[in-house]
Design a protein around this ligand. Structure first.
Ligand SMILES: [Zn+2]
Length: 180
């Protein structure tokens, strides 16, 4: 029986069926969890590295389509990761998340402007974002609301009392400067 060529330079993408240079395929490691743990995935490139069987372009297209179809799936995992990083509880289901964003309406409750959905890096401040009212209490139904990125960014991890002090300080400082 003839064996498949071991080291491949040009690979046929399993998705778009085009012959593509090996560098256009993402490198993968053997699965570290799940039922196929330790099992080799993908194929071996000319340098002996394992790569995914779908090209990067097809992978990105697939990712974008899935995001468009269900952005909450991605958001859910992002917030979960953020919670674990901040070492705070995460008690929201995907359904909770959808409901929180739906209830958030289309204007920022702090500044009153209309959200820009699908905002890019030039108008990110106008995008809706999830805020932990008390940062330490984490992502629970009671502790999570939607505000603009701008409000969220200003608040970050500060308490309302601390924000008040910042406000008072600059209010007095600016007033004094203007009176000079
Ligand atoms: Zn492809």
């Amino acid at each position: 029986m003839s064996r498949q060529a071991k080291y491949i330079e040009i690979k046929n993408c399993n998705k778009c069926k085009q012959n593509i240079n090996f560098r256009k395929f993402r490198k993968v490691n053997p699965l570290r969890k799940g039922p196929n743990k330790g099992k080799k995935v993908g194929w071996t490139d000319i340098n002996g590295k394992t790569r995914f069987s779908i090209c990067k372009t097809c992978e990105n297209t697939g990712f974008m389509n899935r995001y468009r179809k269900n952005p909450y799936h991605q958001l859910f995992h992002n917030f979960k990761k953020r919670a674990s990083f901040a070492k705070v509880p995460f008690e929201l289901s995907k359904e909770n998340l959808i409901k929180i964003f739906d209830n958030g309406g289309d204007t920022c409750p702090v500044f009153g402007f209309k959200y820009i959905k699908g905002a890019d890096k030039n108008n990110r401040d106008y995008a809706p974002s999830l805020d932990r009212i008390d940062p330490k209490k984490g992502y629970t139904k009671e502790n999570t609301i939607v505000v603009s990125m701008l409000a969220n960014r200003i608040k970050t991890d500060a308490t309302i009392d601390q924000i008040g002090k910042v406000y008072q300080f600059y209010k007095i400082l600016l007033k004094r400067n203007l009176n000079l």
